[in-house]
Design a protein. Structure first.
Length: 225
């Protein structure tokens, strides 16, 4: 393998129509009787572990993550299964064609670098029909901090690769800084809440408006152009 390309999920590969946030809110409400428990927390680019720990802290929930994570995950996954069906989401422009084009290249492997808890990540990919392109990844339960999460994931499944052979693709400055903190190639895509200019200013090596021209994007991500 010569190149590993890690994709963020929400707003990069797909948009769930808010199914993820709603699922987390419903789980928080079910467990603690608090509606809209994450109202004051910015989700974009954050790990789910960070979002949950902030929610627990802001509402003074006893025991923190240690006491509540397992039960929260069970409840969240149950709600997410339903909210994914209820909300109208979509794949982002150029998908799944970009994944297909990359998968066909020798020496390219695809992975995930997502703040999502792993089971929720796989549920989202499954729902939108792109699970088969990915085998492993760095997931939200690995750390509160996105750069650490990416580092842990890469050490686990791509420890033999040089950082300059690893590309991280995401829609927020958090994705970009997590890549740069690990000396990886940072690619921004402006299909989320951040603009092309904001992603470029955050230090991304390459920025796309979207991946609608999937053949062109595949060549750039694979390091051919
Ligand atoms: Mg994202």
């Amino acid at each position: 393998m010569t190149r590993l390309i890690l994709f963020d999920i929400d707003n990069t590969l797909l948009y769930t129509g808010g199914a993820g946030g709603l699922g987390m809110n419903l789980a928080f409400q079910e467990m603690f009787g608090i509606s809209d428990g994450f109202a004051n927390i910015e989700f974009s680019g954050r790990t789910d572990l960070y979002i949950l720990s902030e929610g627990l802290r802001q509402h003074g929930i006893r025991g923190g993550l240690e006491a509540n994570l397992k039960a929260f995950l069970r409840s969240y996954h149950r709600h997410l299964k339903r909210t994914l069906k209820e909300r109208n989401g979509h794949l982002q422009p150029g998908f799944p064609h970009l994944l297909e084009a990359l998968q066909q290249r020798n020496g390219v492997r695809l992975g995930l670098a997502t703040g999502n808890f792993s089971e929720a990540a796989w549920m989202k990919l499954e729902h939108y029909g792109i699970r088969q392109y990915f085998r492993d990844g760095a997931f939200g339960e690995e750390s509160l901090d996105r750069a650490e999460l990416v580092r842990a994931g890469i050490q686990r499944f791509a420890g033999h690769l040089s950082p300059s052979d690893v590309v991280v693709v995401g829609d927020t400055p958090h994705d970009v800084s997590a890549a740069l903190a690990n000396r990886l190639i940072a690619v921004g895509v402006a299909t989320g809440t951040y603009t092309f200019d904001q992603l470029r200013d955050s230090g991304a090596d390459v920025v796309f408006h979207d991946f609608a021209d999937s053949q062109d994007a595949a060549a750039i991500l694979a390091g051919e152009a």
